[in-house]
Design a binder for this molecule. Structure first.
Ligand code: PEP
Length: 255
């Protein structure tokens, strides 16, 4: 309803893909393609490609994000990366609580909350993922699951910080499976998230938050999904690895 208040954000999630030369080639193809579009363009890349991505995209309309961040500032956390380490490189966004991290790496709503707070404190824009499993949808508890993820994930976060945060609604059954939520299903849950935010904060805050849909979005289904009033863009896995496909999504989000 208040879509005009929010700029659509299309964020690629490269996951564990692309060596440095491959990343360079993809970004060089993306730069002119992204320049033709007016939505916010973000590429979230593996840690090893962050420096390359930041330096190649300097002066372009492509912003760079990481795929995870630790909640502590420094210390004995082997293998982890802090928010300050990301901002130091020029990284602006970070994905938090992706379902693959929840599923394979023990991420919980509590750690999502801590990571989100650490990211915000360092000036990063978090893209926080929420979404139900297939069993949960089939059991009719989608709203309960999403509401818990939102309440716990954003506990103690101020309205001001909430407005800087992006929420990606990603039904887990639609990620990397080729099964997309229908545009009606995507809208229903994105609207539910906005209503939950309005209860937790206020309507102005809820209207200001960008809520993306993610889950097998591709050039064929993007127009319908992105046209929904509460869908403000997309978090894109597979289709972000090809400049031609990603370019179509950027065009659709710029309409
Ligand atoms: C994702 O990983 O966030 C995602 C949405 O993946 P895909 O587009 O491949 O389903």
């Amino acid at each position: 309803m208040n879509k005009e208040l929010r700029k659509a954000v299309i964020a690629g999630n490269w996951k564990m893909n692309k060596t440095r030369p491959e990343a360079k080639a993809l970004i060089e193809e993306l730069i002119p393609r992204a320049a033709e579009t007016s939505c916010e363009v973000v590429i979230c890349v593996p840690f090893t490609n962050l420096e390359t991505a930041v330096s190649l995209t300097e002066g372009t309309n492509i912003k760079v994000g990481a795929e995870n961040v630790h909640f502590e500032k420094s210390g004995a956390f082997t293998g982890e990366i802090s928010a300050d380490m990301l901002t130091e490189l020029g990284v602006e966004y970070v994905i938090i609580g992706h379902s693959e991290r929840r599923q394979y790496f023990g991420e919980t709503d509590e750690t999502v909350n801590k990571r989100t707070k650490a990211a915000l404190a360092a000036g990063l824009k978090p893209i926080v993922c929420v979404g139900e499993l297939l069993d949960e949808r089939e059991a009719g508890i989608t709203e309960e699951v999403i509401s818990t993820q939102v309440k716990l994930g954003f506990a103690g976060i101020s309205a001001e910080d909430m407005k800087k945060t992006i929420i990606a609604y990603e039904p887990v059954w639609a990620i990397g499976t080729g099964k997309t939520a229908t545009s009606a299903q995507a809208e229903e849950v994105c609207l539910f998230i906005r209503e939950t935010l309005a209860k937790l904060y206020d309507k102005a805050t809820a209207d200001a938050v960008t809520i993306q849909y993610g889950g097998s979005m591709n050039p064929k289904n993007a127009a319908e999904l992105l046209a929904q009033p509460d869908v403000d863009g997309g978090l894109i896995g597979g289709a972000s690895l090809k400049a031609a496909d990603f370019g179509v999504l950027l065009d659709e989000a710029s309409k």
